[in-house]
Design a protein around this ligand. Structure first.
Ligand code: PRX
Length: 654
């Protein structure tokens, strides 16, 4: 709790406000009247305005807590909504994606007509491989247009997908493919990252050993690097589609029930096993297209760039389904912001005249650290709106973003949401909201948020508490794959009838919401969710480790950094080389993103008398803070020793 108090104090000093520029307000998609609409009539009207239905829905909502069904009786196809209908309406020449490869000079612009042709070609090929309604498909790719094409081809056939972020390890991929029971995996030879090749196919080969349900792997040739193709299992994408014409009539969109599964996306919870978050078709599409329309103020000529990775929910909702459903032109960039130079992003903004940019605070802080000269070298005058997502933004970064990227003129939308919510839930509405650096503003129209104490009672203004959502929303998760008990327990058991987000928050005197970070054992590293227990089990999996406890500490760039306290088995000695071995072990088990920034070796971990590891104390040590209450600690000496070690940093890696 001390970290929460600390954050509240820090943020309360922030008093700057930025009213909407009148010229922006005059043309904005959102108006203040949106907040006055009643939940069902609001979503019912948006569902008709933004989405095409094969069969119109009969009812907007059926709410049997904790399960909601939206747009009952309606049928539709997500691919039809994102692709075909734009072509049918004569907008086939509009660009869907301006793609930049990481190697300089590699560029492709795909119109909606191009997208339709490529989606249909792949969908036809997948259909020949036996993929149809309900066939689970895994996708493990880099940031290439074919990743979106793969998702849309699945959606066209009614085959649910699970996209696994290309930075995840073979083991993480294998366990997800296995959990969903995927029949097919779509991957690529290699990806590009900061000039290096990422061995996606080689990782997939190891993953497939863990996921026997996968009978076919479809492999896109991206870099041309050498890969092993298993006869009978592995098929080249270009060979499969070679004979396909791409005629949409030959591979029509499968009409799906509004509540049919569109995809699973795995995310970290408070146990070692990631949760397969269930997203269905109708409500999800309505939720993401509506929020995308109002929050990003998109117009027919907008060039929109969400610089997230498609492998995270931000990419699913705001690179693929939301923008394409709205017929928006997007930028898609394959690589890192510093390749070959630190001005790469700004060169892209200038080249495509990007008008809306959406990214995470951790990226903004990285650019801050590199200094404003890289942005100043480019013409960024096309930008009219900026957005952030994934973690609380510190006011300094907000102001820097506005001044140095937004030319001191753009509104900034700080959007709070989660993999589970599927869509933006708390956000300023550009043109309506007076923005405050560090605050995510108000609940989106039709969304209701409360901040409650440990007993579920609403707290007074300016008091910190748990963020809960009190009414259903269309893009909400419909459960955790194969684990209804965990669904109830994780989100719905703490306070009756309301969804517990796991975040702390406070509401200020004006009704604006300030997010205070996670209140559970989930860390937020570079705007990515990682559970302490996942990292602990990866560490304990190493033969030298007896016990491990993991927590997050503040980091000026990544938001939080991972600190691991490790006790080694008798015969093993702490050393700098061993720190590296353990970090690499975690990298192999989960992915580089989960590698601890610091490892502290210790003879013992601080535990209560009942044997529970006292994480709060470990966090205090990691933050170099005054220690909280230690009276329940079995051996207070352990903590003193740990603190001494952490302060002198022996065996640590930064
Ligand atoms: O802690 C909150 C933080 O990210 C968590 C959700 O992570 P994930 O499911 O990976 O989705 C990230 C992208 C939607 C939340 O529980 N978070 C997300 N956006 C914000 C945020 N914290 C503060 N401010 C935000 N704008």
């Amino acid at each position: 709790m001390s970290s929460e108090r600390h954050t509240i104090e820090a943020l309360q000093q922030e008093g700057r406000t930025f009213p909407p520029p009148p010229a922006f307000a005059a043309q904005a998609n959102a108006t203040a009247a949106l907040y006055e609409r009643d939940l069902e009539s609001f979503w019912g009207a948006e569902a008709i305005a933004r989405v095409s239905w094969s069969t119109p829905f009969e009812r907007v909502l059926d709410w049997q807590p904790p399960y909601a069904r939206w747009f009952l009786g309606g049928t539709l196809n997500a691919c039809h909504n994102c692709v075909d209908r734009h072509v049918e309406a004569g907008r086939g020449d509009r660009v869907a994606f301006h793609w930049e490869g990481e190697p300089e000079g590699e560029r492709r612009s795909l119109t909606f007509a191009d997208l339709q042709r490529e989606v249909v070609r792949l969908a036809s090929a997948l259909r020949r491989l036996g993929v149809g309604r309900g066939t689970p498909v895994g996708i493990y790719m880099g940031m290439v247009p074919e990743q979106a094409i793969a998702m849309l081809a699945c959606a066209r056939l009614g085959a649910p997908h699970t996209v696994v972020f290309g930075g995840f390890s073979a083991e993480a991929l294998g366990s997800r493919l296995k959990d969903m029971g995927c029949a097919v995996l779509i991957t690529q030879d290699e990806g590009w990252r900061r000039g290096k090749r990422v061995p996606l196919k080689a990782n997939a080969d190891s993953a497939l050993a863990l996921a026997p349900s996968v009978g076919t792997a479809v492999v896109l040739r991206r870099t041309g690097g050498a890969v092993t193709m298993a006869p009978g299992r592995d098929r080249w994408w270009h060979e499969l589609v070679a004979a396909e014409e791409g005629d949409p009539a030959g591979c029509p969109c499968e009409p799906m029930d509004a509540e049919d599964l569109l995809y699973l996306l795995y995310t970290s919870g408070t146990t070692a096993q990631p949760k397969g978050i269930v997203h269905t078709t109708g409500g999800y599409l309505v939720g993401v297209s509506t929020t995308h329309h109002y929050v990003f103020d998109v117009k027919p000529d907008t060039v929109y760039w969400c610089a997230a990775d498609i492998g995270w929910v931000t990419g699913h909702s705001y690179i693929v389904y939301g923008p394409l459903c709205n017929g928006t032109t997007s930028v898609l960039y394959e690589g890192t912001p510093d390749f070959p130079d630190r001005d790469r992003w700004w060169a892209i903004v200038e080249r495509y005249r990007v008008s809306v940019l959406y990214t995470a605070p951790t990226s903004i802080r990285t650019h801050m650290r590199w200094g404003p000269a890289h942005a100043e070298a480019h013409d960024l005058s096309s930008l009219r709106l900026l957005g952030t997502v994934g973690e609380p933004i510190n006011p300094e970064a907000w102001i820097w973003y506005r001044d140095h990227i937004g030319g001191g003129r753009t509104p900034i939308v700080d959007t709070w949401w989660q993999t589970e919510t599927g869509m933006i839930m708390i956000t300023p509405l550009p043109g309506v909201t007076t923005c405050k650096p560090g605050s995510a503003g108000r609940p989106f129209p039709g969304v209701e948020v409360r901040v409650v104490d440990d007993h579920g009672r609403e707290v007074a203004r300016e008091q910190g508490g748990h963020l809960v959502l009190t009414r259903p929303w269309p893009a909400m998760l419909r459960g955790i794959h194969r684990d209804p008990e965990r669904y109830r327990e994780t989100y719905w058991s703490r306070f009756p009838g309301v969804y517990v987000a796991g975040d702390g928050a406070r509401v200020d005197q004006d009704g604006d919401i300030w997010l205070l970070g996670r209140v559970d054992d989930v860390m937020n590293v570079s705007a990515h969710r990682i559970s302490t227990i996942e990292v602990e089990s990866a560490l304990v999996d190493h033969p030298s480790v007896a016990e491990a406890a993991v927590c997050g500490r503040s980091d000026p760039t990544t938001g939080q950094a991972i600190v691991a306290y490790v006790t080694l088995k008798g015969e093993h000695q702490p050393s700098v080389a061993h720190v590296q071995r353990l970090r690499e072990h975690v990298g192999r088990k989960i992915g580089k993103i989960a590698m601890p920034a610091s490892i502290v070796f210790t003879g013992e971990l601080p535990k209560t008398r009942s044997g529970k590891i006292m994480r709060r104390l470990l966090r205090d040590v990691a933050e170099h803070r005054a220690l909280g209450d230690t009276t329940t600690l079995a051996d207070p000496q352990v903590l003193e020793e740990l603190r001494a070690r952490a302060l002198t940093d022996p065996g640590q890696e930064g």
